[in-house]
Design a protein around this ligand. Structure first.
Ligand code: COS
Length: 401
């Protein structure tokens, strides 16, 4: 078995191939996309190159379907070093369609997964609302009972790939109970009557929008998982994707570190290359050390997920928290080493500086990750006092087939 402390030769080779592929095939397509909108040629290429299939291993309508966290993390880290747009387009396909892969019915899987995997359909994960970001269980999108199902009324906000996606995993309140109880996940195609939306202009270039629901009809066949089981669908999806946000951050940190190293070797000031200045060399060493630590936390969380170990929610939270905060530091330090040239539009670091901010917020802000980690610490210390085994919210995760 591979230890999470180092990648094996095959994994390193795969990462190198992915980087070359991203630079050759994906970066040119990314350059042609409109900021803030889904880049369909890029999504199609990710499907045709077989990359989406690695994130969403669809084994037929009734087949198993649990993504491998390590594959997802290595894909994201490698692509992020060459083309963040391709990286994010791939991740969003996974996030939007993973609930269908893991919890969907045979017909839901058969209808949508081949399309998403091939890059012909675009998926989105619609959880956040204007009044429910970090406090996801406060969501208010109402699903009112009708004779043959539900009608959804309300709105979603900051939804990646909206409003251009073809299918949405939507979390709505089907029961009167407040909080996590009474939330149900629905699979809604974009052409459902009453479903509208508009793009939002954000700092990062990836597509983000708002959705409006005006009595949108949904039937029992649209439910993902169980009625009332939607919060668990959302949380377990995030357990898989949070370490991979960390991997995206590690990829960006590596790209920034590479740029800073190159610049410090080429740029002369005060009678020699910048790298001869101790202030610069110590900064580079610190950037490298923190990036390495972030990568190790990400690989450890991914390896634990794939092995079905306990404490996944905590490990995912730690990986995302540490890696995204580290990447912000590394990109900022790389900008500082470059000086003003890094702030010009079109410079790699200007791009990364815009890209690196959002991952500290989406899929659970840094503060939410700390809350998840602390909750588990309290559970474990409470259990140690009583002698009971600690409860683990991520423990009911079905083992990988
Ligand atoms: N896996 C499965 N189930 C989980 C879980 C996990 N990782 N974490 C929590 N649950 C379950 C709990 O077991 C609990 O179920 P029961 O009531 O049946 O016991 C239920 O979900 C509620 O859990 P909890 O009480 O911990 O929920 P909170 O309302 O306190 O919320 C946080 C917890 C803050 C962690 C949650 O709201 C969150 O993740 N917020 C950030 C949302 C986010 O990431 N948004 C980004 C959207 S994508 S860009």
């Amino acid at each position: 078995m591979t230890t999470p402390f180092t990648l094996d030769g095959e994994q390193r080779k795969w990462c190198a191939e992915l980087r070359a592929l991203a630079a050759r095939e994906l970066r040119p397509l990314a350059g042609e996309g409109a900021p803030g909108r889904v880049n369909r040629p890029l999504v199609t290429a990710l499907g045709e190159l077989g990359l989406t299939a690695r994130v969403l291993p669809y084994g037929g309508p009734e087949g198993g379907g649990s993504a491998r966290a390590m594959d997802l993390c290595l894909l994201r880290e490698a692509l992020a070093q060459e083309c963040t747009e391709a990286e994010t387009a791939l991740a969003l396909q996974g996030l939007g369609a993973y609930p269908v892969l893991r919890y969907g019915t045979g017909p839901q899987r058969a209808r949508w997964l081949p399309e998403v995997v091939a890059g012909r359909a675009v998926a989105a994960f619609a959880l956040s609302e204007p009044g429910a970001g970090s406090d996801a269980a406060a969501l208010e999108l109402r699903a009112e009972r009708t004779a043959d199902g539900w009608r959804l009324t309300g709105e979603k906000c900051w939804i990646s790939n909206a409003p251009d996606a073809d299918l949405y995993t939507v979390f709505a309140r089907t029961g009167p109970a407040p909080g996590a109880t009474g939330v149900t996940a629905f699979l809604l195609p974009a052409d459902r009557p009453g479903l509208g939306g508009h793009p939002l202009e954000m700092l990062a270039p990836h597509p983000v929008g708002a959705l409006t629901f005006d009595a949108v009809p949904a039937g029992p066949d649209d439910v993902i998982g169980e009625v009332g089981g939607g919060f668990r669908v959302a949380m377990s999806t995030l357990d898989l994707f949070r370490p991979s946000v960390g991997a995206f951050a590690v990829g960006m940190a590596r790209a920034a570190l590479g740029a800073a190293l190159a610049h410090a070797g080429e740029r002369h000031a005060f009678g020699g290359p910048l790298k001869n200045l101790q202030a610069v060399s110590h900064q580079l060493a610190e950037m490298a050390t923190r990036t390495e630590a972030a990568a190790l936390l990400v690989y450890a969380a991914a390896a634990a997920y794939d092995a079905g170990e306990p404490g996944i929610a905590r490990r995912s939270a730690m990986a995302k928290l540490f890696a995204t905060e580290t990447a912000q530091y590394v990109v900022d330090a790389a900008v500082q080493i470059h000086g003003a040239r890094a702030l010009r539009h079109g410079h790699l670091l200007e791009h990364l500086y815009r890209e690196v901010r959002a991952p500290r917020i989406y899929e659970g802000a840094t503060e939410v990750q700390r809350t998840i980690i602390a909750k588990e610490l309290y559970r474990a210390s409470g259990a140690a006092r009583t002698g009971e085994p600690p409860t683990d919210p991520s423990a009911t995760r079905s083992p990988r087939p």
